[in-house]
Design a binder for this molecule. Structure first.
Ligand code: NI
Length: 199
């Protein structure tokens, strides 16, 4: 049985620094491959839809993401095929942006209303070291960008531009009872796992 490492929580220096790229010989090693599976298991254990290596104290440019069954934390999210990303980079971003309620396993109990590009072109390596180039949009692009930020030591609260747009997670369960324009029109009408074209 895989031993699940503890989550690293906001405030830990490891979450606030850029991580190192993985060289090819390391990627091919059994130890690295084992740690990939630990990362995947941790994502499932903590019920994430994505998790980055630094969140389990592993200082490399690696994350995984996927929604292969209903997520309680993001009830309105679409399915996303499970995928590992190693040494990922952003090739280009679309000009359109979207807004969404983000959460993070390393920022427990909070949600933030965050604007990011709606579509991205990205590249990186998969778990076997093969190059992957792909375009992502919608919620998959959102999750990818959130996880990618972790590799540069960026947590989503630093992308929340208005204090009112950072709320306790429990507030979202009462979203239908919020005043119409609070905390903004888009934030009011958008459940976790969905995107909004307006703030
Ligand atoms: Ni996160």
């Amino acid at each position: 049985m895989t031993e699940i490492p503890p989550l690293v929580i906001m405030g830990d220096a490891h979450l606030m620094q850029a991580q190192r790229a993985v060289p090819p010989d390391e990627l091919a090693s059994p130890r690295f491959q084992d740690r990939l599976q630990v990362l995947r298991a941790a994502m499932g254990h903590y019920q994430g839809i994505g998790i980055a290596a630094p969140q389990i104290g592993w200082g490399v440019r690696v994350f995984c993401m996927g929604i292969e069954h209903c997520s309680d934390r993001y009830a309105d999210a679409p399915q996303i095929e499970f995928q590992f990303w190693i040494n990922p980079c952003v090739k280009s971003t679309g000009s359109e942006t979207a807004w969404a309620w983000e959460g993070c396993l390393s920022v427990p109990g909070m949600r933030g209303w965050v604007e990011r590009p709606e579509a991205i072109v990205v590249s990186g390596l998969d778990e076997s070291g093969q190059s992957v180039d792909t375009s992502l949009d919608g919620f998959a692009a959102r999750v990818w960008q959130h996880e990618f930020d972790h590799l540069d030591g960026v947590l989503y609260p630093s992308r929340v531009v208005h204090p009112r747009w950072l709320v306790p997670e429990s507030s979202l369960r009462h979203q239908p009872a919020w005043p119409k324009d609070w905390p903004s029109e888009g934030a009011n009408a958008t459940p976790p796992g969905a995107l909004s074209a307006r703030a």
